[in-house]
Design a protein around this ligand. Structure first.
Ligand code: HEC
Ligand SMILES: [Cu+2]
Length: 370
């Protein structure tokens, strides 16, 4: 049934845990609307024949009255289906928006007209080919270097806009090893239609082998376009170490300390996932997006008790560079533990329930850097 419907609707293969959920809703909507339009078409045809039949032309019809029950059914049944679609769609939307806490991160940067992928903790980086293991959740942290792009993997049924100066996220768990095309689905200039990439899903063991090998001689491979500062760094450095060096050369330490001591700006020690009180009293959790925004648009959200002196680093730090600084800031924990990142609203896949939204807690998990 699934295969038949999929082929009839010309849908690509289902290669992620999300794709069947999305398709089932799609089938459900299509089948119900098709059945209803067939009934309406049939009724129209029936009336046409009935009232155009010989001798009936020009005859006057009786006024039509309906009962309360008839009225309630006509309104209630379609409303029931619309709300049911909404409920199913909402559940799937929450699922799509909630990366599982054990997801592995991959940074994605879109630029005219290519996709770059890099793995944190000193993993490899490359263009237009994203390698991931099957049956493990992957979270993509995505940003753009120029205009708005959109990262679409039809086989995974995931699509997410990629914006300059800010991070958006998306996640998937691929189920079948293979190669799947990636398209940019936001018109982004003359090369838009050629802005293609590929996700290569590998068997987990094969992926681990490849990853370890790449990591052992990992180097910045981004040799296209304008040279970014990151390419001048030690190619064997981890993302955290690169972040530290970049923060140093960008002059962040003139105003920020990393040991908890007060300075012109807030200290970076334990900053990740800290609840900051902003000017005006709102509380803001310092997640990846907020830290990046603070670098690009420091004036948007000002931390209470500090002067507005921080310059904007928009155009001075490229996507992978701000990402490296974020990874560095994340690593600065006073108790040497690894922070559990903000989980956002969590979807419990087994019980099909939405668990309480993450409070951006500073709950920590023991153990070294991953
Ligand atoms: C001239 C001093 C100065 C420099 C240089 C500077 N900052 Fe800041 N920064 C501040 C001040 C002051 C604040 C607090 C006021 C605000 O939110 O704008 C701040 C806030 C921040 C915040 C939000 C902090 C929080 O606790 O919410 C982040 C993140 C940040 N800076 C990162 C950086 C990075 C990364 C660099 C280097 C690329 C940098 N800053 C360079 C002065 C500076
Ligand atoms: Cu694009």
């Amino acid at each position: 049934m699934n295969e038949l419907m999929r082929n009839m609707l010309f849908l690509p293969v289902q290669a992620s845990t999300m794709s069947t959920h999305i398709d089932y809703l799609h089938y459900f909507v299509i089948i119900t609307t098709m059945v209803v339009s067939t009934l309406i078409g049939g009724a129209a045809l029936g009336f046409y024949v009935k009232y155009r039949w010989k001798g009936r032309i020009g005859a006057k019809g009786e006024p039509v009255y309906t009962t309360f029950l008839g009225e309630a059914l006509i309104i209630g049944v379609p409303a029931f289906f619309f709300l049911l679609w909404f409920a199913i769609g909402y559940r799937d939307f929450v699922r799509l928006q909630s990366p599982p806490p054990n997801a592995q991160d991959v940074y994605v940067m879109g630029k005219q007209w290519m996709w770059k992928f890099s793995y944190p903790d000193g993993g490899p980086s490359g263009t237009n080919v994203l390698r991931v293991p099957a049956n493990r959740p992957i979270r993509l942290l995505m940003t753009s270097r120029d205009v708005i792009h959109s990262f679409f993997v039809p086989a995974f049924r995931t699509k997410q806009d990629v914006l300059p100066g800010r991070y958006t996220q998306s996640w998937f768990e691929a189920t079948k090893p293979g190669r799947y095309p990636v398209y940019c689905t936001e018109m982004c200039g003359t090369g838009h239609s050629t802005m293609r990439a590929e996700v290569v899903v590998m068997e987990p063991q094969e992926f681990d082998k490849w990853y370890a090998e790449e990591k052992s001689h990992s180097r910045a491979k981004q040799r296209d376009g304008r040279k970014t500062n990151i390419e001048d760094r030690d190619p064997h450095a981890t993302m955290i170490e690169m972040g530290r060096q970049l923060a140093e050369s960008a002059g962040c330490f003139k105003c920020h300390s990393t040991d908890g001591s007060p300075h012109i700006g807030p200290t970076w020690l334990d900053m990740y996932m800290r609840k900051e009180t902003l000017q005006g009293g709102q509380v803001q959790v310092a997640d990846e997006a907020y830290i990046t925004e603070s670098m690009m648009e420091p004036k948007l959200k000002q931390v209470q008790g500090y002067q507005l002196v921080m310059p904007s680093y928009r155009g001075r730090l490229e996507g992978p560079e701000s990402a490296a600084i974020v990874e560095y800031i994340k690593s600065l924990r006073s108790d040497g533990t690894e922070p559990v990142r903000d989980k956002g609203p969590q979807f419990d896949i087994k019980n099909g329930q939405v668990v309480e939204p993450g409070t951006g807690s500073t709950e920590v998990r023991t153990g070294g850097m991953q």
